[in-house]
Ligand binder design. Structure first.
Ligand code: ADP
Ligand code: MG
Length: 556
Protein backbone atom coordinates (compact mmCIF):
# COMPACT_ATOMS: atom_id res chain seq x y z
CA UNK A 1 0.00 0.00 0.00
CA UNK A 2 1.65 3.21 -1.16
CA UNK A 3 0.60 6.46 0.42
CA UNK A 4 0.14 9.58 -1.66
CA UNK A 5 3.29 11.26 -0.28
CA UNK A 6 5.44 8.25 -1.09
CA UNK A 7 4.17 8.34 -4.67
CA UNK A 8 4.90 12.02 -5.05
CA UNK A 9 7.68 12.76 -7.50
CA UNK A 10 7.24 9.56 -9.44
CA UNK A 11 3.98 10.71 -10.94
CA UNK A 12 4.45 11.69 -14.56
CA UNK A 13 2.63 14.54 -16.28
CA UNK A 14 0.40 12.05 -18.09
CA UNK A 15 -0.69 10.47 -14.88
CA UNK A 16 -1.72 13.82 -13.57
CA UNK A 17 -4.22 14.30 -16.37
CA UNK A 18 -5.61 10.84 -15.90
CA UNK A 19 -5.85 11.60 -12.22
CA UNK A 20 -7.85 14.73 -13.02
CA UNK A 21 -10.11 12.80 -15.36
CA UNK A 22 -10.86 10.26 -12.75
CA UNK A 23 -11.82 13.10 -10.41
CA UNK A 24 -14.31 14.24 -13.02
CA UNK A 25 -15.53 10.69 -13.44
CA UNK A 26 -15.92 10.43 -9.71
CA UNK A 27 -17.92 13.62 -9.64
CA UNK A 28 -20.22 12.35 -12.38
CA UNK A 29 -20.61 9.05 -10.62
CA UNK A 30 -21.37 10.69 -7.34
CA UNK A 31 -24.05 12.85 -8.94
CA UNK A 32 -25.73 9.72 -10.23
CA UNK A 33 -25.40 8.14 -6.79
CA UNK A 34 -27.03 11.16 -5.21
CA UNK A 35 -29.85 10.94 -7.75
CA UNK A 36 -30.41 7.31 -6.87
CA UNK A 37 -30.38 8.05 -3.15
CA UNK A 38 -33.32 10.47 -3.28
CA UNK A 39 -36.66 9.30 -1.81
CA UNK A 40 -38.42 9.58 -5.18
CA UNK A 41 -36.01 7.21 -6.96
CA UNK A 42 -37.52 3.86 -5.80
CA UNK A 43 -40.89 5.09 -7.12
CA UNK A 44 -39.60 6.09 -10.55
CA UNK A 45 -41.38 3.38 -12.55
CA UNK A 46 -44.60 3.48 -10.50
CA UNK A 47 -44.71 7.20 -10.95
CA UNK A 48 -44.17 7.01 -14.72
CA UNK A 49 -46.91 4.39 -14.92
CA UNK A 50 -49.32 6.61 -13.00
CA UNK A 51 -48.49 9.52 -15.28
CA UNK A 52 -49.08 7.36 -18.36
CA UNK A 53 -52.46 6.26 -17.00
CA UNK A 54 -53.82 9.60 -15.84
CA UNK A 55 -53.96 12.97 -17.52
CA UNK A 56 -53.82 14.86 -14.25
CA UNK A 57 -51.88 13.61 -11.26
CA UNK A 58 -51.24 15.22 -7.88
CA UNK A 59 -47.80 14.41 -6.50
CA UNK A 60 -47.19 14.82 -2.81
CA UNK A 61 -43.80 14.49 -1.20
CA UNK A 62 -41.67 15.87 1.56
CA UNK A 63 -39.40 18.77 0.66
CA UNK A 64 -36.12 17.42 -0.65
CA UNK A 65 -37.53 14.16 -1.96
CA UNK A 66 -36.57 15.02 -5.53
CA UNK A 67 -39.87 16.19 -7.00
CA UNK A 68 -38.54 19.28 -8.73
CA UNK A 69 -35.15 18.08 -9.90
CA UNK A 70 -35.92 14.42 -10.70
CA UNK A 71 -39.44 14.13 -12.11
CA UNK A 72 -38.77 16.30 -15.20
CA UNK A 73 -35.65 14.23 -15.88
CA UNK A 74 -37.59 10.97 -15.55
CA UNK A 75 -40.14 12.29 -18.05
CA UNK A 76 -37.34 13.32 -20.41
CA UNK A 77 -35.72 9.89 -20.13
CA UNK A 78 -39.12 8.30 -20.76
CA UNK A 79 -39.53 10.13 -24.08
CA UNK A 80 -41.94 12.92 -23.19
CA UNK A 81 -39.62 15.38 -24.94
CA UNK A 82 -39.52 13.63 -28.31
CA UNK A 83 -39.85 15.87 -31.37
CA UNK A 84 -38.76 18.86 -29.32
CA UNK A 85 -41.85 18.84 -27.08
CA UNK A 86 -41.15 20.64 -23.85
CA UNK A 87 -41.71 19.87 -20.21
CA UNK A 88 -42.55 23.00 -18.28
CA UNK A 89 -42.14 23.24 -14.53
CA UNK A 90 -43.38 26.30 -12.69
CA UNK A 91 -41.91 27.74 -9.51
CA UNK A 92 -43.41 30.53 -7.42
CA UNK A 93 -39.93 31.99 -6.86
CA UNK A 94 -37.32 33.25 -9.31
CA UNK A 95 -34.44 31.99 -7.22
CA UNK A 96 -35.86 28.49 -7.17
CA UNK A 97 -36.39 28.45 -10.93
CA UNK A 98 -32.78 29.47 -11.56
CA UNK A 99 -31.17 27.32 -8.92
CA UNK A 100 -33.11 24.17 -9.75
CA UNK A 101 -32.48 24.58 -13.49
CA UNK A 102 -28.78 24.93 -12.88
CA UNK A 103 -28.74 21.84 -10.70
CA UNK A 104 -30.62 19.77 -13.29
CA UNK A 105 -28.29 20.98 -16.07
CA UNK A 106 -25.39 19.85 -13.91
CA UNK A 107 -26.99 16.45 -13.28
CA UNK A 108 -27.61 15.99 -17.01
CA UNK A 109 -24.11 17.28 -17.81
CA UNK A 110 -25.41 19.93 -20.21
CA UNK A 111 -24.84 23.65 -20.39
CA UNK A 112 -27.54 25.69 -18.65
CA UNK A 113 -29.72 27.28 -21.32
CA UNK A 114 -29.33 24.41 -23.76
CA UNK A 115 -31.45 21.33 -23.06
CA UNK A 116 -32.27 22.64 -19.60
CA UNK A 117 -33.16 26.28 -19.13
CA UNK A 118 -35.14 28.73 -17.10
CA UNK A 119 -37.30 31.72 -17.78
CA UNK A 120 -38.00 34.42 -15.26
CA UNK A 121 -39.13 37.99 -15.73
CA UNK A 122 -36.47 40.00 -17.61
CA UNK A 123 -34.28 36.93 -18.05
CA UNK A 124 -34.79 34.17 -20.56
CA UNK A 125 -32.13 31.52 -20.30
CA UNK A 126 -33.54 29.06 -22.84
CA UNK A 127 -32.85 28.24 -26.47
CA UNK A 128 -34.34 26.31 -29.39
CA UNK A 129 -32.85 23.19 -27.81
CA UNK A 130 -34.50 23.61 -24.43
CA UNK A 131 -36.78 20.74 -23.50
CA UNK A 132 -36.81 21.05 -19.71
CA UNK A 133 -37.95 24.55 -18.90
CA UNK A 134 -38.17 25.83 -15.35
CA UNK A 135 -40.02 29.10 -15.01
CA UNK A 136 -41.86 31.28 -12.58
CA UNK A 137 -45.60 30.75 -12.52
CA UNK A 138 -46.00 34.31 -13.77
CA UNK A 139 -43.98 33.54 -16.90
CA UNK A 140 -46.14 30.54 -17.80
CA UNK A 141 -49.16 32.75 -17.36
CA UNK A 142 -47.64 35.13 -19.92
CA UNK A 143 -47.00 32.28 -22.32
CA UNK A 144 -50.74 31.78 -22.57
CA UNK A 145 -50.82 35.08 -24.44
CA UNK A 146 -48.74 33.78 -27.31
CA UNK A 147 -49.70 30.12 -27.12
CA UNK A 148 -53.15 29.75 -25.56
CA UNK A 149 -53.14 25.97 -25.85
CA UNK A 150 -49.50 25.56 -24.73
CA UNK A 151 -49.12 23.33 -27.79
CA UNK A 152 -45.34 23.09 -27.52
CA UNK A 153 -45.58 21.42 -24.10
CA UNK A 154 -46.18 17.74 -23.51
CA UNK A 155 -46.17 18.07 -19.73
CA UNK A 156 -46.89 20.99 -17.42
CA UNK A 157 -45.78 20.64 -13.82
CA UNK A 158 -47.29 23.12 -11.40
CA UNK A 159 -44.74 22.81 -8.67
CA UNK A 160 -44.89 24.08 -5.10
CA UNK A 161 -48.65 24.15 -5.42
CA UNK A 162 -49.04 24.42 -1.65
CA UNK A 163 -47.58 27.92 -1.81
CA UNK A 164 -50.86 29.02 -3.37
CA UNK A 165 -49.39 32.10 -4.99
CA UNK A 166 -51.79 34.21 -6.97
CA UNK A 167 -50.25 33.15 -10.28
CA UNK A 168 -50.30 29.47 -9.39
CA UNK A 169 -53.95 29.69 -8.37
CA UNK A 170 -54.84 31.36 -11.66
CA UNK A 171 -52.82 28.75 -13.57
CA UNK A 172 -54.92 26.00 -12.00
CA UNK A 173 -58.01 27.37 -13.66
CA UNK A 174 -56.40 27.88 -17.07
CA UNK A 175 -54.63 24.53 -17.12
CA UNK A 176 -57.78 22.68 -16.11
CA UNK A 177 -59.43 24.30 -19.11
CA UNK A 178 -56.84 23.42 -21.72
CA UNK A 179 -56.42 19.90 -20.35
CA UNK A 180 -60.01 19.31 -21.45
CA UNK A 181 -59.37 19.95 -25.10
CA UNK A 182 -55.77 18.69 -25.16
CA UNK A 183 -56.14 15.08 -24.01
CA UNK A 184 -52.47 14.45 -24.81
CA UNK A 185 -51.25 17.06 -22.34
CA UNK A 186 -50.08 15.71 -19.00
CA UNK A 187 -50.61 17.88 -15.94
CA UNK A 188 -48.73 17.26 -12.72
CA UNK A 189 -49.49 19.24 -9.61
CA UNK A 190 -46.70 18.82 -7.13
CA UNK A 191 -46.85 19.88 -3.53
CA UNK A 192 -45.21 19.46 -0.16
CA UNK A 193 -47.26 17.42 2.26
CA UNK A 194 -49.96 20.00 2.83
CA UNK A 195 -53.59 19.96 1.80
CA UNK A 196 -53.16 17.86 -1.31
CA UNK A 197 -56.78 16.63 -1.16
CA UNK A 198 -57.94 20.10 -2.05
CA UNK A 199 -55.94 20.06 -5.27
CA UNK A 200 -57.29 16.65 -6.09
CA UNK A 201 -60.89 17.73 -5.67
CA UNK A 202 -60.30 20.86 -7.76
CA UNK A 203 -59.04 18.67 -10.59
CA UNK A 204 -62.14 16.42 -10.57
CA UNK A 205 -60.70 14.00 -8.01
CA UNK A 206 -57.40 13.43 -9.77
CA UNK A 207 -55.42 10.67 -8.05
CA UNK A 208 -52.72 11.56 -5.51
CA UNK A 209 -49.31 9.91 -5.80
CA UNK A 210 -47.58 10.02 -2.43
CA UNK A 211 -43.82 9.76 -2.18
CA UNK A 212 -43.04 8.50 1.32
CA UNK A 213 -40.51 10.85 2.87
CA UNK A 214 -37.62 10.17 5.16
CA UNK A 215 -37.79 12.32 8.20
CA UNK A 216 -35.70 12.20 11.29
CA UNK A 217 -37.14 13.43 14.57
CA UNK A 218 -36.74 17.13 15.30
CA UNK A 219 -36.75 18.42 18.87
CA UNK A 220 -38.55 21.71 19.19
CA UNK A 221 -37.54 24.38 21.70
CA UNK A 222 -39.53 27.51 22.53
CA UNK A 223 -38.46 30.67 24.33
CA UNK A 224 -39.89 31.22 27.79
CA UNK A 225 -40.83 34.84 27.10
CA UNK A 226 -41.47 36.70 23.82
CA UNK A 227 -38.32 38.16 22.18
CA UNK A 228 -38.28 41.94 21.88
CA UNK A 229 -35.64 41.97 19.12
CA UNK A 230 -35.76 38.81 17.06
CA UNK A 231 -32.78 39.76 14.91
CA UNK A 232 -30.54 40.03 17.97
CA UNK A 233 -32.10 36.83 19.31
CA UNK A 234 -31.18 35.03 16.06
CA UNK A 235 -27.57 36.14 16.26
CA UNK A 236 -27.25 35.04 19.86
CA UNK A 237 -28.86 31.67 19.12
CA UNK A 238 -26.53 31.00 16.17
CA UNK A 239 -23.47 31.70 18.30
CA UNK A 240 -24.80 29.58 21.17
CA UNK A 241 -25.38 26.64 18.85
CA UNK A 242 -22.00 27.14 17.25
CA UNK A 243 -20.19 27.05 20.58
CA UNK A 244 -22.19 24.40 22.43
CA UNK A 245 -23.62 21.98 19.86
CA UNK A 246 -22.01 19.19 17.82
CA UNK A 247 -21.35 19.68 14.10
CA UNK A 248 -24.20 20.32 11.69
CA UNK A 249 -25.26 23.36 9.69
CA UNK A 250 -27.68 26.06 10.81
CA UNK A 251 -30.59 27.54 8.87
CA UNK A 252 -32.09 30.86 9.99
CA UNK A 253 -35.41 32.12 8.65
CA UNK A 254 -35.77 35.89 8.27
CA UNK A 255 -38.23 37.95 6.26
CA UNK A 256 -36.20 39.82 3.65
CA UNK A 257 -32.97 41.11 2.18
CA UNK A 258 -32.41 43.96 4.69
CA UNK A 259 -32.85 41.77 7.73
CA UNK A 260 -30.73 39.04 6.21
CA UNK A 261 -27.87 41.39 5.40
CA UNK A 262 -28.06 42.95 8.87
CA UNK A 263 -28.00 39.53 10.50
CA UNK A 264 -25.02 38.37 8.40
CA UNK A 265 -23.07 41.52 9.29
CA UNK A 266 -23.79 41.12 13.00
CA UNK A 267 -22.67 37.51 12.85
CA UNK A 268 -19.48 38.37 10.98
CA UNK A 269 -18.66 41.15 13.40
CA UNK A 270 -19.08 38.95 16.46
CA UNK A 271 -17.13 36.09 14.93
CA UNK A 272 -14.29 38.49 14.18
CA UNK A 273 -14.28 39.60 17.82
CA UNK A 274 -14.21 36.02 19.06
CA UNK A 275 -11.38 35.28 16.62
CA UNK A 276 -9.71 31.91 16.90
CA UNK A 277 -11.60 31.07 20.09
CA UNK A 278 -14.31 29.50 17.98
CA UNK A 279 -14.36 27.13 15.00
CA UNK A 280 -14.72 28.51 11.49
CA UNK A 281 -18.22 29.70 10.59
CA UNK A 282 -19.36 30.26 6.99
CA UNK A 283 -22.13 32.82 6.85
CA UNK A 284 -24.24 32.64 3.69
CA UNK A 285 -27.29 34.73 2.82
CA UNK A 286 -30.02 33.65 0.40
CA UNK A 287 -32.81 35.86 -0.91
CA UNK A 288 -34.42 36.60 -4.26
CA UNK A 289 -32.20 39.47 -5.42
CA UNK A 290 -28.91 37.87 -4.50
CA UNK A 291 -26.63 37.40 -7.56
CA UNK A 292 -26.84 33.81 -8.75
CA UNK A 293 -23.17 32.93 -8.13
CA UNK A 294 -23.70 33.92 -4.50
CA UNK A 295 -26.89 31.91 -4.38
CA UNK A 296 -25.08 28.81 -5.56
CA UNK A 297 -22.68 29.04 -2.60
CA UNK A 298 -25.26 27.76 -0.13
CA UNK A 299 -25.02 24.36 -1.83
CA UNK A 300 -21.23 24.04 -1.49
CA UNK A 301 -20.36 21.31 0.99
CA UNK A 302 -19.19 22.55 4.38
CA UNK A 303 -15.42 22.02 4.91
CA UNK A 304 -14.58 19.61 7.74
CA UNK A 305 -14.40 21.30 11.13
CA UNK A 306 -16.37 24.34 9.96
CA UNK A 307 -20.04 25.14 10.28
CA UNK A 308 -22.29 26.67 7.66
CA UNK A 309 -24.95 29.19 8.64
CA UNK A 310 -27.52 29.91 5.94
CA UNK A 311 -29.63 33.01 6.55
CA UNK A 312 -32.67 32.75 4.29
CA UNK A 313 -36.11 34.07 3.48
CA UNK A 314 -38.90 31.53 3.45
CA UNK A 315 -37.51 30.40 0.10
CA UNK A 316 -35.70 27.74 2.16
CA UNK A 317 -39.00 26.54 3.61
CA UNK A 318 -39.87 24.30 0.66
CA UNK A 319 -38.46 25.71 -2.59
CA UNK A 320 -34.80 24.99 -1.94
CA UNK A 321 -33.34 22.11 -0.04
CA UNK A 322 -29.94 22.55 1.54
CA UNK A 323 -28.35 19.32 2.67
CA UNK A 324 -26.63 19.06 6.02
CA UNK A 325 -28.94 21.31 8.03
CA UNK A 326 -29.31 20.04 11.58
CA UNK A 327 -30.37 23.22 13.38
CA UNK A 328 -33.18 25.58 12.45
CA UNK A 329 -33.76 28.98 14.01
CA UNK A 330 -37.27 30.27 13.45
CA UNK A 331 -38.29 33.73 14.71
CA UNK A 332 -41.79 33.01 13.42
CA UNK A 333 -42.23 35.85 10.96
CA UNK A 334 -42.60 36.24 7.24
CA UNK A 335 -43.26 39.06 4.81
CA UNK A 336 -46.67 38.98 3.23
CA UNK A 337 -48.40 40.96 0.56
CA UNK A 338 -51.50 42.49 1.95
CA UNK A 339 -54.16 44.50 0.22
CA UNK A 340 -56.53 46.97 1.74
CA UNK A 341 -59.54 47.08 -0.53
CA UNK A 342 -60.85 50.26 1.07
CA UNK A 343 -57.75 52.34 0.46
CA UNK A 344 -56.66 50.37 -2.59
CA UNK A 345 -53.15 50.12 -1.14
CA UNK A 346 -51.00 47.05 -1.50
CA UNK A 347 -48.14 46.58 0.92
CA UNK A 348 -45.61 44.07 2.14
CA UNK A 349 -45.85 43.62 5.85
CA UNK A 350 -44.03 41.48 8.34
CA UNK A 351 -46.55 39.15 9.96
CA UNK A 352 -46.38 36.05 12.15
CA UNK A 353 -46.11 32.99 9.93
CA UNK A 354 -48.64 30.17 10.08
CA UNK A 355 -48.35 26.91 12.03
CA UNK A 356 -47.99 25.09 8.71
CA UNK A 357 -45.02 27.31 7.83
CA UNK A 358 -43.46 26.84 11.25
CA UNK A 359 -43.72 23.09 10.86
CA UNK A 360 -42.19 23.15 7.39
CA UNK A 361 -39.32 25.21 8.77
CA UNK A 362 -38.75 22.79 11.63
CA UNK A 363 -38.81 19.89 9.16
CA UNK A 364 -35.73 21.31 7.41
CA UNK A 365 -33.69 20.23 10.44
CA UNK A 366 -34.56 16.56 10.14
CA UNK A 367 -33.59 15.68 6.61
CA UNK A 368 -30.21 14.04 7.10
CA UNK A 369 -30.22 13.24 10.80
CA UNK A 370 -32.14 14.00 13.98
CA UNK A 371 -32.23 17.76 14.38
CA UNK A 372 -33.26 20.67 16.57
CA UNK A 373 -35.51 23.62 15.91
CA UNK A 374 -35.28 26.74 18.05
CA UNK A 375 -38.46 28.77 17.91
CA UNK A 376 -37.93 32.33 19.08
CA UNK A 377 -41.47 32.58 20.39
CA UNK A 378 -43.42 30.99 23.18
CA UNK A 379 -45.30 27.71 23.00
CA UNK A 380 -48.36 29.72 23.95
CA UNK A 381 -47.95 32.00 20.95
CA UNK A 382 -47.63 28.99 18.68
CA UNK A 383 -50.84 27.51 20.02
CA UNK A 384 -52.92 30.64 20.31
CA UNK A 385 -51.56 33.34 18.03
CA UNK A 386 -50.61 31.61 14.83
CA UNK A 387 -53.05 30.77 12.05
CA UNK A 388 -53.19 27.12 11.02
CA UNK A 389 -52.31 27.83 7.41
CA UNK A 390 -51.28 30.84 5.40
CA UNK A 391 -54.13 32.67 3.70
CA UNK A 392 -53.72 32.13 -0.06
CA UNK A 393 -52.36 35.18 -1.85
CA UNK A 394 -55.45 35.42 -4.03
CA UNK A 395 -57.42 36.42 -0.93
CA UNK A 396 -55.08 39.16 0.20
CA UNK A 397 -53.82 40.94 -2.85
CA UNK A 398 -54.89 43.44 -5.46
CA UNK A 399 -56.26 41.34 -8.29
CA UNK A 400 -56.05 44.17 -10.81
CA UNK A 401 -53.06 42.95 -12.77
CA UNK A 402 -54.20 39.40 -12.97
CA UNK A 403 -57.68 40.39 -14.00
CA UNK A 404 -56.21 42.45 -16.82
CA UNK A 405 -54.07 39.54 -17.91
CA UNK A 406 -57.02 37.19 -17.86
CA UNK A 407 -59.03 39.70 -19.80
CA UNK A 408 -56.36 39.91 -22.44
CA UNK A 409 -56.39 36.11 -22.65
CA UNK A 410 -60.08 36.15 -23.43
CA UNK A 411 -58.12 37.24 -26.96
CA UNK A 412 -61.68 41.02 -25.09
CA UNK A 413 -61.24 44.73 -23.93
CA UNK A 414 -57.57 45.15 -24.79
CA UNK A 415 -57.62 43.10 -27.90
CA UNK A 416 -60.53 45.17 -29.14
CA UNK A 417 -58.75 48.47 -28.75
CA UNK A 418 -55.66 46.97 -30.30
CA UNK A 419 -57.70 45.79 -33.24
CA UNK A 420 -59.25 49.23 -33.67
CA UNK A 421 -55.72 50.64 -33.95
CA UNK A 422 -55.13 48.65 -37.11
CA UNK A 423 -58.30 49.65 -38.87
CA UNK A 424 -57.86 50.95 -42.40
CA UNK A 425 -60.49 51.57 -45.08
CA UNK A 426 -61.29 48.73 -47.43
CA UNK A 427 -62.35 46.02 -45.02
CA UNK A 428 -60.79 43.25 -42.96
CA UNK A 429 -58.40 41.94 -45.59
CA UNK A 430 -56.79 45.34 -45.70
CA UNK A 431 -56.65 45.42 -41.91
CA UNK A 432 -54.83 42.08 -41.92
CA UNK A 433 -52.44 43.33 -44.56
CA UNK A 434 -51.81 46.38 -42.41
CA UNK A 435 -51.06 44.16 -39.40
CA UNK A 436 -48.68 42.06 -41.48
CA UNK A 437 -46.88 45.08 -42.93
CA UNK A 438 -46.42 46.65 -39.50
CA UNK A 439 -45.08 43.37 -38.16
CA UNK A 440 -42.54 43.20 -40.99
CA UNK A 441 -41.56 46.79 -40.22
CA UNK A 442 -40.84 45.93 -36.58
CA UNK A 443 -38.45 43.27 -37.82
CA UNK A 444 -40.88 40.46 -36.93
CA UNK A 445 -40.87 41.50 -33.28
CA UNK A 446 -42.41 39.07 -30.82
CA UNK A 447 -42.73 41.82 -28.23
CA UNK A 448 -44.82 43.84 -30.67
CA UNK A 449 -47.14 40.86 -31.09
CA UNK A 450 -47.55 40.56 -27.30
CA UNK A 451 -48.39 44.20 -26.98
CA UNK A 452 -50.94 44.16 -29.75
CA UNK A 453 -52.59 40.84 -28.87
CA UNK A 454 -51.58 39.24 -32.13
CA UNK A 455 -50.64 35.60 -32.48
CA UNK A 456 -47.06 35.53 -33.69
CA UNK A 457 -47.63 32.01 -34.94
CA UNK A 458 -50.30 33.16 -37.39
CA UNK A 459 -48.05 35.90 -38.70
CA UNK A 460 -45.19 33.49 -39.17
CA UNK A 461 -47.51 31.22 -41.13
CA UNK A 462 -48.53 34.15 -43.28
CA UNK A 463 -44.85 34.85 -43.93
CA UNK A 464 -44.27 31.21 -44.90
CA UNK A 465 -47.20 31.27 -47.30
CA UNK A 466 -45.98 34.53 -48.78
CA UNK A 467 -42.52 33.09 -49.31
CA UNK A 468 -44.04 30.03 -50.95
CA UNK A 469 -46.08 32.18 -53.31
CA UNK A 470 -43.05 34.30 -54.11
CA UNK A 471 -41.17 31.14 -54.95
CA UNK A 472 -43.96 29.97 -57.24
CA UNK A 473 -44.03 33.32 -58.98
CA UNK A 474 -40.31 33.23 -59.51
CA UNK A 475 -40.61 29.74 -60.99
CA UNK A 476 -43.19 30.82 -63.55
CA UNK A 477 -41.36 34.08 -63.99
CA UNK A 478 -43.97 36.58 -62.90
CA UNK A 479 -42.32 39.79 -61.88
CA UNK A 480 -42.92 40.97 -58.31
CA UNK A 481 -44.24 44.53 -58.30
CA UNK A 482 -45.55 46.71 -55.52
CA UNK A 483 -49.01 48.28 -55.71
CA UNK A 484 -47.43 51.38 -54.13
CA UNK A 485 -50.21 51.84 -51.60
CA UNK A 486 -53.01 51.58 -54.15
CA UNK A 487 -55.22 48.83 -52.76
CA UNK A 488 -57.55 48.51 -55.76
CA UNK A 489 -55.52 45.73 -57.46
CA UNK A 490 -55.44 43.78 -54.19
CA UNK A 491 -59.16 44.18 -53.65
CA UNK A 492 -59.83 43.13 -57.22
CA UNK A 493 -57.71 40.06 -56.72
CA UNK A 494 -59.64 39.12 -53.58
CA UNK A 495 -62.96 39.64 -55.32
CA UNK A 496 -61.84 37.55 -58.29
CA UNK A 497 -60.70 34.79 -56.00
CA UNK A 498 -63.68 34.81 -53.68
CA UNK A 499 -66.56 35.90 -55.91
CA UNK A 500 -68.62 32.94 -54.76
CA UNK A 501 -68.37 34.26 -51.18
CA UNK A 502 -70.54 37.26 -51.89
CA UNK A 503 -73.42 38.54 -49.81
CA UNK A 504 -75.92 41.32 -50.49
CA UNK A 505 -77.63 43.57 -47.99
CA UNK A 506 -81.41 43.15 -48.26
CA UNK A 507 -84.20 44.56 -46.17
CA UNK A 508 -83.94 41.52 -43.97
CA UNK A 509 -80.18 41.75 -43.61
CA UNK A 510 -77.35 40.08 -45.55
CA UNK A 511 -78.12 37.11 -47.80
CA UNK A 512 -75.47 35.00 -49.50
CA UNK A 513 -75.75 35.26 -53.24
CA UNK A 514 -75.32 31.56 -53.80
CA UNK A 515 -77.82 30.12 -51.33
CA UNK A 516 -79.82 33.11 -50.08
CA UNK A 517 -78.71 32.16 -46.61
CA UNK A 518 -79.11 34.75 -43.84
CA UNK A 519 -75.71 35.86 -42.58
CA UNK A 520 -74.30 38.62 -40.36
CA UNK A 521 -71.11 40.64 -40.30
CA UNK A 522 -68.99 39.48 -37.35
CA UNK A 523 -68.88 42.08 -34.55
CA UNK A 524 -65.07 42.01 -34.75
CA UNK A 525 -65.12 43.13 -38.35
CA UNK A 526 -64.07 46.64 -39.28
CA UNK A 527 -67.22 46.80 -41.42
CA UNK A 528 -69.60 45.92 -38.62
CA UNK A 529 -70.85 49.49 -38.30
CA UNK A 530 -70.63 50.45 -41.93
CA UNK A 531 -72.80 47.65 -43.40
CA UNK A 532 -71.97 48.11 -47.15
CA UNK A 533 -74.45 46.83 -49.78
CA UNK A 534 -72.19 44.15 -51.18
CA UNK A 535 -69.54 42.25 -49.27
CA UNK A 536 -67.04 39.47 -49.87
CA UNK A 537 -66.35 37.25 -46.91
CA UNK A 538 -63.49 34.87 -46.33
CA UNK A 539 -65.31 32.36 -44.18
CA UNK A 540 -68.59 31.69 -42.42
CA UNK A 541 -68.43 30.71 -38.81
CA UNK A 542 -71.31 29.68 -36.65
CA UNK A 543 -71.12 30.83 -33.05
CA UNK A 544 -74.24 32.51 -31.75
CA UNK A 545 -75.33 33.32 -35.30
CA UNK A 546 -74.05 32.58 -38.79
CA UNK A 547 -71.25 35.13 -39.03
CA UNK A 548 -69.14 36.24 -41.96
CA UNK A 549 -65.52 36.74 -40.98
CA UNK A 550 -62.85 38.75 -42.83
CA UNK A 551 -65.25 40.83 -44.81
CA UNK A 552 -64.63 43.49 -47.40
CA UNK A 553 -66.93 45.74 -49.28
CA UNK A 554 -67.43 44.42 -52.80
CA UNK A 555 -69.11 47.51 -54.15
CA UNK A 556 -65.99 49.63 -54.28
P1 ADP B 1 -38.19 18.60 -3.81
O1 ADP B 1 -38.61 19.33 -5.04
O2 ADP B 1 -38.92 17.31 -3.61
O3 ADP B 1 -38.27 19.46 -2.61
P2 ADP B 1 -35.57 18.76 -5.00
O4 ADP B 1 -35.73 18.04 -6.29
O5 ADP B 1 -35.60 20.23 -5.05
O6 ADP B 1 -36.65 18.20 -3.98
O7 ADP B 1 -34.20 18.37 -4.32
C1 ADP B 1 -33.66 17.08 -4.35
C2 ADP B 1 -32.22 17.10 -3.91
O8 ADP B 1 -31.43 17.83 -4.82
C3 ADP B 1 -32.03 17.72 -2.54
O9 ADP B 1 -31.39 16.79 -1.73
C4 ADP B 1 -31.12 18.90 -2.76
O10 ADP B 1 -30.13 18.95 -1.81
C5 ADP B 1 -30.52 18.66 -4.12
N1 ADP B 1 -30.39 19.96 -4.80
C6 ADP B 1 -31.40 20.69 -5.30
N2 ADP B 1 -30.94 21.83 -5.85
C7 ADP B 1 -29.59 21.81 -5.68
C8 ADP B 1 -28.51 22.68 -6.04
N3 ADP B 1 -28.72 23.83 -6.68
N4 ADP B 1 -27.25 22.30 -5.71
C9 ADP B 1 -27.01 21.15 -5.07
N5 ADP B 1 -27.98 20.29 -4.71
C10 ADP B 1 -29.24 20.59 -5.00
MG1 MG C 1 -39.29 21.31 -5.09
Amino acid sequence: FVSATQMKGTVEKEDETSLQLSELEKQKLSIQEVRRSLPVFPYRSDLLKAIANHQILIIEGETGSGKTTQIPQYLHEEGYTHKGMKIGCTQPRRVAAMSVASRVAQEMAVKLGNEVGYSIRFEDCTSERTVLKYMTDGMLLREFLTEPDLASYSVIIIDEAHERTLHTDVLFGLIKDIARFRPGLKVLVSSATLNTERFSSFFDDAPIFRIPGRRYPVDIYYTKAPEADYLEACVVSVLQIHVTQPTGDILVFLTGQEEIEACCEMLQERCRRLGSKIAEMLILPIYANLPSDMQAKIFDPTPPGARKVVVATNIAETSLTIDGIIYVIDPGFCKQKSYNARTGMESLIVTPCSKASANQRAGRAGRVAAGKCFRLYTAWAYKNEMEDTTVPEIQRTNLGNVVLLLKSLDKLVHADTARANFTVPGGDHMVLLNVYTQWVETGHSLQWCYENFIQARSLRRARDVREQLEGLMARIEIELTSCEGDTVPIRKAITAGYFYHTARLTRSGYKTVKQQQSVFIHPNSSLHEEQPRWVIYHELVFTTKEFMRQVRSAGT
